[in-house]
Design a protein around this ligand. Structure first.
Ligand SMILES: Cc1ncc(COP(=O)(O)O)c(C=O)c1O
Length: 349
């Protein structure tokens, strides 16, 4: 019963096989390997973006901070939700890689920025001439950090606001596949057609061992990105092991199939929890992540049985067995019905 994160699960066998195959013999280093050529074509086809440039890194944080550094001048500020991973969970990595640029937080109920709130925050910057921050990119996360999902039209509406100020748009897609699986949108619809300039495209949370692609829909950004990746110590020498993962991930739609499995497991989990009658959801669990509250007694039963998930609010140790503690649960592609049902039964008590 591992629901702590979608990176607690195994690597998908097809991706593991691709890694083993890539280990056979020799290939050129630093991104000029054979599988990388394949990845570039696959990404261009998948996104219907023949001009797009693609680079691989090993972590989602690297994908985000290098993308933002490429889009941002040190005197600018990035607009994002308060719950954004770049704000809460990257240890000021964006500010570090951007050479001192900052983040401006936009009100985001359920972790989704609204166009009005974005406009208000953008209008609030560049009001102090040389003394204040200048406006920079807008960074959107889909799936959001609270498990909600932006539709294509919601992303387009945010991009429209950004573009009306001539600001670029970055999409943190650590769970991009899950967002597509929820909305049934195509990769191009949710990115460049919706005004996204740079995508951090996740693999690790969805069955890879450790690879994320940065997709630059404007190829003019490519050289700067490459220099920043190298200077930032994220250019892998044995790069073929990143490429091999991404190539297998994109082959025959494996990436979408795995995301659908993860979303289906989360839907089953949420349905089961709702059915217990004693669970309160904090946000709409649109994809593969949910936040919900139930009694301390239920949490204690789960912990005693070895279930793994984060207690989001409250303390497991406490005297009142009826007090509500909230949990964050994330399903990955490998979550089984059996594990989900066992978890639900323990909540039911
Ligand atoms: C929305 C989002 N973006 C980026 C990341 C960063 O991924 P990594 O832990 O691989 O740096 C995460 C990981 O939790 C995430 O949830």
């Amino acid at each position: 019963m591992f629901f702590a994160s979608d990176n607690t699960g195994p690597v998908h066998p097809k991706i593991m096989q691709a890694l083993v195959a890539a280990n056979d013999g020799y290939d050129m280093p630093y991104g000029v390997d054979g599988p990388m050529e394949r990845v570039r074509d696959q990404v261009r086809e998948t996104f219907e973006a023949p001009e797009a440039e693609v680079f691989l890194v090993a972590t989602g944080t690297a994908a985000n901070v290098l993308s933002l550094a490429t889009l941002t001048q040190p005197w600018q500020t990035v607009f994002c939700a308060p719950q954004a991973h770049i704000n809460e969970d990257e240890c000021n990595g964006p500010e570090f890689y951007m050479g001192g640029a900052k983040l401006t937080l936009v009100d985001a109920p359920d972790a989704k920025m609204t166009p009005d709130a974005l406009r208000t925050r953008i209008e609030g910057e560049e009001t102090r001439g040389v003394h204040g921050p200048q406006r920079g990119p807008v960074s959107i996360t889909n799936v959001t950090e609270r498990g909600t999902v932006y539709s294509v039209s919601e992303i387009s509406a945010l991009s429209e606001v950004a573009k009306s100020y001539d600001l670029p748009v970055h999409l943190d897609g650590a769970r991009f596949a899950n967002a597509l699986a929820t909305t049934n949108a195509s990769p191009d619809e949710m990115t460049w057609k919706a005004g996204v300039d740079v995508l951090s495209f996740g693999g690790t949370k969805n069955g890879c061992m450790g690879v994320e692609a940065v997709v630059l829909f404007d190829p003019k950004l490519a050289w700067e990105f490459e220099l920043r990746r190298k200077r930032g110590a994220h250019l892998f020498s044995k790069h073929r092991f990143l490429s091999a993962q991404m190539a297998a991930y994109l082959e025959d739609g494996l990436w979408l199939q795995l995301a659908r499995q993860a979303n289906a497991a989360n839907a089953r989990l949420c349905e089961g929890l709702r059915d217990t009658g004693g669970v309160r959801f904090l946000h709409e669990p649109d994809a593969n992540m949910s936040f919900a509250g139930w009694t301390r007694a239920g949490h204690q039963r789960l912990h005693e049985a070895g279930a793994k998930y984060y207690i989001w609010e409250g303390q497991l140790d406490g005297s009142d067995p009826q007090e509500e503690l909230t949990a964050r649960m994330v399903c990955d592609w490998s979550a089984t019905d059996e594990n989900v049902d066992q978890f639900v039964e323990l909540v039911r008590g």
